[in-house]
Design a protein around this ligand. Structure first.
Ligand code: PGA
Length: 255
């Protein structure tokens, strides 16, 4: 099967699917391998071992990632998960800075920088999420907000070195997440192109091109194809539509 090698389909299960449901999902998922295209699912922490075991058992072409990581490697941080713990069970992928983490768990551009830098230092591959609120878009501040969300990471030498290698981005307009209101392909293309221009001015054209920028926010099998047809959209970060094996497969078939 031929496919676009740049494309990454990433599911974000959020706080859904404990170990039992994870096992069930992965036992029902039928995913043919595709040249180069990647599938990944960020599962709840407690389901990570189950997910890794099931993927290995069924030889599914799916990477398993964590939805969060603390920036310290150990210590008095009740309820948190560290990089060494994730590495110990065989996790190499982490999602950082999702808007729900920013909104409900007070993550800031500063703490997100700490997490991103620490995760990269520890050898993880990071998908860093950015995106504007509806009020910010409506007041014409989308580009300012995206720049603010990226500037610290783009000024940090350790992070800079990993763009296009182990550091990639997801653009998720907050107003499109879980709302059923997907950004129009034009809106998504415009934001991606702006983000890539920010990358190019700090990192140069070739790193900017090598960095994947996924679109996220109400992606479904009905709208994914059109989003993917736009230049600069390198895949999707998908919440709701990644929760059922059939719709995950339907998304994969569109790549
Ligand atoms: P959604 O979530 O696809 O359910 O809108 C996307 C996300 O939050 O990553």
């Amino acid at each position: 099967m031929t496919s676009n090698p740049r494309i990454l389909l990433a599911g974000n299960w959020k706080m859904n699917h404990g170990p039992k449901a994870t096992r069930e999902f992965l036992s029902r998922l039928d995913l043919p391998k595709k040249d180069g295209a990647q599938a990944r699912i960020y599962v709840p922490c407690l389901s990570l071992p189950e997910a890794l075991a099931a993927v290995e058992e069924r030889r599914l072409p799916v990477q398993i990632g964590a939805q969060n990581i603390h920036y310290e490697r150990s210590g008095a941080f009740t309820g948190e998960i560290s990089g060494p713990m994730l590495s110990e069970i065989g996790i190499h992928q982490v999602l950082i800075g999702h808007s729900e983490r920013r909104q409900y768990f007070a993550e800031t551009n500063e703490s997100i920088l700490l997490k991103t830098r620490s995760a990269l230092e520890q050898g993880f591959e990071v998908l860093l999420c950015i995106g504007e609120l509806l009020s910010e878009r409506e007041s014409g501040r989308t580009e300012t907000v995206l720049r603010e969300q990226l500037v610290r990471v783009l000024q940090n030498e350790e992070c800079k070195a990993h763009f296009g290698g182990r550091l990639h981005l997801a653009y998720e307009p907050v107003w499109a997440i879980g709302t059923g209101v997907v950004a129009t392909p034009e809106q998504a293309e415009q934001a991606h192109s702006f983000i890539r221009s920010l990358l190019a001015s700090s990192l140069g054209e070739s790193k900017a091109r090598a960095t994947k920028i996924l679109y996220g926010g109400s992606v479904t099998p009905a709208n994914f194809k059109e989003l993917l047809s736009r230049p600069g959209i390198d895949g999707g970060l998908v919440g709701g539509a990644s929760l059922k094996p059939d719709s995950f497969r339907a998304l994969w078939d569109l790549i």
